[in-house]
Design a protein. Structure first.
Ligand code: SF4
Ligand code: ZN
Ligand code: ZN
Length: 329
């Protein structure tokens, strides 16, 4: 990112940023307008949202999901969809406490309804304890639990789309990593959306698919969007992803627009990559999506508690969301 004392290419005010792949300088107002328009085009290009959709945004407390919520709210009347947000409180000490407060602030500022689901409340133990008892690494347990709970909240609340905050740099680093490790089955999951599966899974969308990481950072800074400062104690930097992002950014610097061109071609070619095959059947315990008749959440909780907890969590969710049928606004 270059920040120079130059004039905005559109209005002549002082510029805050230069966008190399457009060869344009933007002032604060025009950069914000540019980014909102970029997301609008992405939504249209990949048909991510339809009129009357109910879009549930997964908020982590970080900048990407916060920027996603802000931009989607600005586009909600244009596309005629409703919006709500969800946060999974993992119960990981100060980090989770801070994240919880930040997402409350983010949604309050925008007037968007928020539902918080606390792992501690539904299981009686936090994420760290769950992963220790399940003898699984915290981040893989966390991914499993979050996927299950987000899908459950989306299904229970009647959402038609679940919006995630992955940006262009994330997608490129994941796809290059899949290629380098030859784990090609993972690549088919890296598109801008997944389809819904009736009663089992709500389709996921990635409206920031073509938004560069520096653009979300700048957007959050210019609009003073509150974001979580502390880091999860389980966080371990993935060296390969960091290196790949660096290499990709070096190439982008030499060839501005390379990321956009890659992602668009990648979406066109996505069907060429092998899909994760397997049956899709409801879990016999909780009725949620599974490939073996027992979902991963029921399997892990059965290991830890001696019985699968999916149906109990479903009951909890029904109660939690019962009086919130109209919480999409
Ligand atoms: Fe979850 Fe790992 Fe991220 Fe912590 S670092 S929030 S455990 S995925
Ligand atoms: Zn301007
Ligand atoms: Zn289950």
């Amino acid at each position: 990112m270059r920040e120079l004392r130059r004039k905005c290419s559109l209005c002549g005010k002082e510029a805050v940023v230069y966008i190399p792949y457009q060869r344009r300088y933007y002032c604060k107002e025009h950069f914000i307008e540019f980014l909102v328009n970029k997301v609008r085009s992405t939504i249209k290009r990949y048909k991510l949202i339809r009129s009357r959709d109910k879009v549930l945004v997964a908020l982590s407390g970080g900048k990407d999901s916060a920027v996603l919520l802000d931009i989607l709210l600005k586009l909600s009347s244009y596309f005629n969809f409703k919006l709500a947000a969800v946060h999974i409180d993992l119960g990981i000490g100060n980090f989770s406490d801070e994240s919880r407060e930040i997402v409350k602030e983010q949604t309050k500022r925008l007037g968007v309804n928020l539902v918080i689901v606390a792992v501690n409340e539904i299981l009686g133990i936090d994420l760290t304890e769950l992963s220790r008892k399940a003898r699984r690494p915290p981040c893989s347990t966390c991914g499993l639990v979050k996927r299950y709970l987000l899908n459950l909240v989306a299904l229970t609340s009647g959402a038609s789309k679940l919006a995630l905050g992955h940006n262009a740099d994330d997608i490129m680093a994941y796809s290059f990593k899949s290629f380098l490790t030859q784990d090609l089955r993972y690549i088919s999951k890296l598109g801008a959306f997944t389809e819904s599966i009736e009663r089992l899974a709500v389709g996921r969308i990635r409206p920031l698919y073509e938004v560069y990481e520096f653009e979300t950072k700048l957007y959050a800074r210019l609009l003073d969007i509150p974001v979580v400062k502390s880091r999860c104690p389980h966080f371990r930097p993935n060296q390969m992803e960091i290196e790949l992002k660096k290499i990709i950014n070096d190439i982008e610097q030499e060839r501005p627009g390379m990321k956009l061109s890659f992602l668009r071609k990648f979406m066109r070619n996505l069907k060429e990559y092998p899909e994760i095959k397997g049956r899709i059947v409801p879990c016999k315990y909780c009725g949620m999506i599974s490939s073996t008749g027992e979902c991963s959440f029921c399997r892990i909780t059965r290991k830890v508690f001696g019985k699968p907890m999916g149906s109990k969590v479903k009951e909890y969710m029904n109660k939690l969301l019962k009086d919130k049928i109209l919480w999409y606004s």
